[in-house]
Design a protein around this ligand. Structure first.
Ligand SMILES: [Zn+2]
Length: 68
């Protein structure tokens, strides 16, 4: 049975199938797309962490304004 990349529908090599088995992300992706996906996930994580820091800072400032 052939496995196709969920994103670009290129046929997966044996190596790419092994990658998908080792690092399952819910979709079958070729090496190129999984690298791209990985970067997106890292970017999303970085963005959400940046948001959390902003919220944290805003909360601190907000508390101070209410207290004093
Ligand atoms: Zn692909």
């Amino acid at each position: 049975m052939d496995y196709l990349c969920n994103h670009c529908e290129v046929q997966l090599s044996k190596f790419e199938m092994q990658l998908n088995e080792q690092f399952p992300i819910g979709k079958l992706l070729c090496e190129f797309c999984s690298n791209k996906k990985e970067r997106e996930i890292i970017k999303q994580l970085a963005d959400s962490e940046a948001d959390m820091h902003n919220d944290y800072t805003r909360d601190l400032v907000g508390d101070k304004n209410e207290t004093y």
